[in-house]
Design a protein. Structure first.
Length: 677
């Protein structure tokens, strides 16, 4: 792949970012459709470049003729960045196609979000130096803030979510910039090649680890810095929200893998991957639990996405620790689980988020208590959605199961590390993966059953219709991709060999073929094609048996009301209250786990004796971690405001004296730093 092609793709992405507001503001709708059309072409180009780099080898780095004063910007594409760029290209093309068909008349700020986000993520993945990396992340933060920055005055929720996203993004940028500065030291060379040649040691390594964990955790949404993502996701357009949920968190984990696993070097201690492993396990359980309690479909998918993102972070942390213990094959297996799960989750998360966007467009709502019966009105969408839910629930042979199987094999084999504390942590991680998978499966069952089964819960749902043929093809193609990743993990892991070598220092697991994947020569094999064949035979046999037992044609009878009386004449489609609700479906878990983790409570109102009014049950929950993080900041802001008021009373002599002593202090710090170097 010639370097000029990389430059052309970057310039195309930059052109999209600059031209998006102007094209979207044009009066003619055809000009507004040029933006998503150009995004489709750019995304497909990125996916093609990534696939060629993985299959044919990485191109030479490219130095751009512009950049900061200390050196030019540089672009490169290796196995690790190409893997995530492939995900960005596939997901970005799907989101842009949805935007072209459903969001062509969006306001200018909302229409500019998708190309800005695509450009920022592409620059982050193509960056070969610290400045380009931070510039791409800054553009990504702007893309998430811009669509919601100018909300209506009476609706403060979108602006609050945008402000939180911008605040967490700036915090992430500050931490990552400081970490890159520590990695560069006094040499001033921010290129990845120079940083890789001098990995951090001692206190510097500990500081870099802490800063990268804070920066990448805030950007990706790892616990406890996750609170902004579920608030932001429901207010974004469906295309931008799908790209956020499917790709943005993975890109921040790519940054963590680049700085810690690649640039950090192979000589780090066993604890180098422990923070990432622990944060990933906690995020997986917490995200899956919260997904079982949400009532908005977009919020359900956002929280479930956090759970899957935690599994990817857990896999990368485990790979770092296993590499430090000189277990290269197991480290490659854990890294392969993270890469495979990142690609699979990105595709089925894109599918499910776009499906919810289509449901909102056609049925008029995303609330589970306002949906129901959509399988009759939107059968193709229901089929694609159940495939995505099966992948998200880690059912074999879908994509989610393949990544989970590889991760569990790596965790169960990690007993070879002799440290007792690490073995206890790994045992807790195994339990966390099991709990997260169970809760995630329940969340997906709850989502699909309440949205597509039963009877319509609102009259507007009756008007739902199938999407256009292009969108149906898109949904089914994404569903097929989610199944293909689960059925063919072996060829994908072989394609990811360059990425595995960078992350783990090893080429890959012990046994990889088209038919099976094995963690070691004596370990159990995973044969997805055989599993898929057995499931297909069992399904066809069940269909044949049912037809043999019941030879008559299928007829539709009256819906069962669960023992309730017949609905009154003014409710011809049945009483919605006779069906399970989103809150009722989640009540057992809310009483068992959510009371402590999500501060959930239930308020029961009983009528007094003689009152014929009904009893009422109200349920509430909130994330206690976000207020706990924001409370010190609010107190600090109030204190700074008080001090700023006091500064107004100071004389000019006092202010000049403060500036003079500040300059002296900075000069002293610079002199100490230069003398130490």
């Amino acid at each position: 792949m010639p370097p000029a092609l990389l430059l052309g793709l970057l310039l195309l992405a930059a052109l999209l970012a600059v031209a998006a507001p102007f094209l979207a503001a044009a009066a003619r709708p055809r000009l507004g459709r040029l933006v998503p059309a150009a995004c489709i072409l750019a995304a497909l180009g990125l996916a093609g470049c990534a696939a060629s780099a993985l299959a044919l080898g990485a191109p030479e780095p490219l130095l751009l003729p512009f950049g900061p004063p200390w050196g030019p910007m540089s672009l490169a594409l290796d196995g690790l960045s190409a893997w995530f760029l492939l995900l960005l290209g596939l997901s970005g093309a799907a989101c842009a196609l949805f935007a072209a068909l459903r969001e062509a008349a969006a306001p200018p700020r909302q229409a500019a979000g998708l190309p800005l986000l695509l450009a920022g993520l592409a620059l982050t993945l193509l960056a070969a130096d610290g400045f380009s990396l931070l510039l791409g992340l800054g553009l990504t933060a702007l893309a998430l803030w811009l669509p919601l920055a100018a909300g209506e005055a009476e609706d403060a929720a979108p602006r609050l979510a945008a402000g939180l996203a911008l605040g967490f993004s700036l915090f992430s940028l500050a931490c990552l910039a400081t970490a890159i500065g520590l990695l560069a030291g006094t040499a001033g060379d921010l290129s990845f090649a120079a940083l890789r040649a001098a990995p951090p040691q001692g206190w510097q390594a500990a500081a870099v680890m802490a800063l990268v964990m804070l920066g990448a955790g805030a950007g990706a949404g790892l616990l406890p810095l996750h609170g902004w993502l579920p608030l932001l996701q429901p207010h974004l357009p469906a295309s931008t929200g799908a790209l956020l949920s499917a790709v943005v968190g993975k890109v921040f984990l790519y940054v963590a893998a680049r700085l810690l696993l690649d640039i950090g070097g192979p000589a780090q201690p066993l604890g180098w991957g422990v923070p990432l492993l622990a944060a990933g396990a906690a995020t997986a359980v917490f995200g899956a639990l919260r997904a079982t309690q949400e009532g908005d479909a977009r919020s359900i998918l956002a929280c479930a996405g956090l759970g899957h993102l935690g599994l990817v972070a857990l896999a990368f942390g485990l790979s770092a620790s296993l590499r430090a213990a000189d277990l290269g094959a197991l480290a490659a297996l854990a890294a392969g689980a993270g890469l495979l799960h990142a690609l699979g989750h990105g595709l089925f998360q894109t599918l499910l988020t776009l499906v919810v966007g289509e449901i909102q467009h056609s049925a008029g709502s995303r609330r589970l208590d306002r949906l129901g019966g959509l399988i009759h009105a939107m059968p193709a969408v229901a089929l694609a959605a159940i495939a995505g839910c099966a992948a998200a629930a880690a059912l074999p042979p879908m994509a989610g199961f393949a990544g989970n199987w590889l991760l569990l094999q790596a965790l169960l084999a990690a007993w070879r590390v002799g440290e007792l504390g690490f073995q206890v942590l790994v045992a807790a991680a195994v339990a966390s993966v099991g709990v997260a998978a169970s809760l995630g499966a329940l969340a997906m069952l709850r989502f699909w059953a309440l949205a597509f089964l039963g009877r319509p819960r609102a009259p507007r749902t009756l008007g739902a219709q199938e999407p256009p043929r292009a969108l149906r093809f898109l949904f089914l193609a994404l569903a097929g991709a989610a199944g293909g990743i689960g059925i063919l993990p072996g060829p994908l892991l072989q394609l990811a060999t360059p990425a595995l070598s960078l992350v783990s220092g090893h080429a890959g697991p012990a046994e990889i073929s088209v038919w099976s994947v094995s963690a070691a020569a004596a370990a159990s094999d995973y044969r997805p094609l055989g599993i898929a064949l057995l499931l297909a035979v069992a399904f066809l046999g069940l269909v044949a048996l049912l037809r043999q037992i019941s030879p008559r044609a299928t007829v539709r009878g009256p819906a069962w009301d669960g023992g309730f009386a017949a609905p009154p004449p003014h409710l011809p489609f049945g009483e919605p209250l006779t069906q399970p609700s989103a809150l009722g479906f989640a009540q057992p878990l809310r009483r068992m786990l959510a009371r402590r983790l999500l501060a959930a409570r239930e308020d029961i109102t009983l009528p007094p004796p003689g009152d014929t009014g009904p009893a009422r049950l109200q349920s509430h929950f909130h994330d206690p971690l976000l207020p706990a993080l924001l409370a010190p900041l609010l107190r600090a802001r109030a204190a700074c405001a008080d001090q700023a008021e006091r500064l107004r009373d100071l004389s000019i002599r006092h202010l000049l004296g403060m500036v003079f002593f500040l300059i002296l202090a900075l000069l002293g710090v610079l002199a100490w730093w230069g003398g130490g170097a």
